[in-house]
Design a binder for this molecule. Structure first.
Ligand code: AR6
Length: 170
């Protein structure tokens, strides 16, 4: 089956896909950045489900409803905090992308949108994070049946051009 990987610049809360991925924290407590934007736009049912789930270790992923978002579901994953590169950051970031896609596959979802996990408050260098995101998504997609399309939603032009270059879309 043909798989599609796209890059767009924009706000992930407006993207119509089966699930958008949230860059959450281990407490699933909400926060700033994309996490804040998703809870604001989606409304309180998302946080209600986060409270029931409780927490999520770094590198893992959990699923909730999408509330008022155009996306049906939200996959909450917790990226690593960048601490110089020797704290398994790369492995953990790859796990975020892989485990989010595996969860989507379990729910038989087709189209998934990712933000640039860990590259905001958590400080992961953008180019290195993009390389891991693209490689992990390409490798994982090959082994999935239901998930057909991944959209990388970049909030700024710099990330958009980094992703387009990584994917050879320039
Ligand atoms: N749509 C798409 N991307 C966005 C949006 C949006 N609406 N808003 C921000 N970004 P961050 P992290 C981009 O800081 O580094 C939260 O407080 C942003 O420009 O949201 O994984 C959580 O609760 C950046 O490129 O997530 C955690 O405590 C990317 O999303 C912590 O921050 C990720 O930036 C997680 O930090």
């Amino acid at each position: 089956m043909n798989k599609v990987i796209e890059v767009i610049e924009g706000d992930i809360t407006t993207v119509q896909v089966d699930a958008i991925v949230n860059a959450a924290n281990e407490q699933l407590a909400g926060g700033g950045g994309v996490d804040g934007a998703i809870h604001r736009a989606g409304g309180p049912t998302i946080m209600a489900e986060c409270r029931e789930i409780g927490s999520c270790p770094t590198g893992q992923a959990v699923m909730t409803n999408g509330g008022k978002l155009p996306a049906d579901k939200v996959i909450h994953t917790v990226g690593p905090v960048w601490s110089g590169g020797n704290q398994k950051e790369a492995e953990l970031l790859a796990s975020c992308y892989r485990n989010s896609l595996i969860l989507a596959e379990e729910y038989q979802l087709k189209r998934i949108a990712f933000p640039n996990i860990s590259t905001g408050v958590y400080g992961y260098p953008k180019k290195e994070a993009a390389r891991i995101a693209v490689q992990t998504v390409e490798d994982t997609l090959r082994n999935l049946d239901y998930v057909e399309e991944v959209v990388f939603v970049c909030f700024d032009e710099e990330n958009e051009s980094i992703y387009k270059e990584s994917l050879g879309h320039n």
